[in-house]
Write a protein that binds this ligand. Sequence first.
Ligand code: DQQ
Length: 478
Amino acid sequence: NAMFSWQRTAYHFQPEKNWMNDPDGPLFHKGWYHLFYQYNPDSAVWGNITWGHAVSTDLIHWLYLPFAMVPDHWYDINGVWTGSATLLPDGQIMMLYTGSTNESVQVQNLAYPANLSDPLLIDWVKYPNNPVITPPNGTETDEFRDPTTAWMGPDGTWRITIGSRHNKSVGISLVYQTSNFTTYELLEGVLHAVPGTGMWECVDFYPVAINGSTGLDTSAHGAGIKHVLKASLDDTKRDHYAIGVYDPVTDKWTPDNPKEDVGIGLQVDYGRYYASKTFYDQNTQRRILWGWINETDTETDDLDKGWASVQTIPRKVLYDNKTGTNILQWPVEEIESLRLRSTAFTEIVVGPGSVVPLDIGQATQLDIFAEFEIEIISETKHEKYGCSGGAVDRSALGPFGLLVVADQTLSELTPIFFRPVNTTEGIVETYFCADETRFVSQIDLLNSITEKILIYAHSIYELVYGVFGVAPPWEVGW
Ligand code: DQQ
């Protein structure tokens, strides 16, 4: 683009150039957080998938390291695809990943650090007898990928789960048992299956403490613990999760609410967000969630600008013991180190249909912390769920929120808004959304909804225009 130089992020992780997708094998080792990621060394579009590698001491500032793994064996020559790390009690690190073979069959492979005493884990060794798992009977050879972190069962052996699809459209997660990470046994049945959800990619499975206090090691089970099951739906490119109960003896997981099962209920994020993966940070007792913010630009633009997509800011995940139905996500507190100066506004009253401008002065990057209180609770009326109606589609209690990257005439703007809705059960549920229908193409706005608040823009636009109440005045002619 001749007029605007393509801007890169300042806060979010992205490689120096080229294509990136899923986060892989996150872990903490000897003082360093490690992030691996799906990477194309040659271009800004998907292909030649290799494991990029970066390290950080604070989850915010990253150093690029040499590639951890490249496609160089028959069992991964078509791509070193997504995988997960398991830290063993004796300090070993087992990395399981999907390889796309010379015949494009999806197999699971094992790799480990060449030198565990290297805090940077620069060199990785692929197990000589790879693959360690091949697609079982009844599974399509190209629908069997993305092994999870292993957890230890009460019998002292490990389990992993791998997403797939059965009977045309049933999304499933298979469970394998192992004691040595080199030989595996497929357990009978599945961890869970949901009809109509299609192929499950990047399954994530982890325990959460019901009292919501700290993160839990992936092997934790027993009283006071529930389990989150997350699948990335290949059909819709959305990350869905549900909370339920895992039986470590039968290796089956049951959702608390079958109506809100995996893939038909909650999403991890309602914006551009995919292939998310958690890890247990043994250093701070947190469970940390990574997610890929997939690109909204066209392929042509990606090639033009030389890069595509970013990772989310890592988020701390806890069970929400207030609702008992959701997980709580919060950007890791280390992000506060990036805040250089701030402008605070308090007690702002935003009447229905009004916009209150906020003068934040000059800035090129911004992190917004906003708290809203609803004063008038109007009567229940027909409610639409979700974000799809945009900022002009009113519900009884909203929407309200912030206008960002707007021009002075408000002909271009992006509402970032909250939409509380009355459910049929009489509960108010709030969706956090962004409306991109008046989005300005020359601006890079992050597309994970929960991170819309991190914004960077060309200077002719206001990073923040103001706050707005229900029935926004720019609705006319929208
Ligand atoms: N991306 C990887 C796969 C995974 C998909 C390939 C999800 O392993 O299923 O780059 O984005």
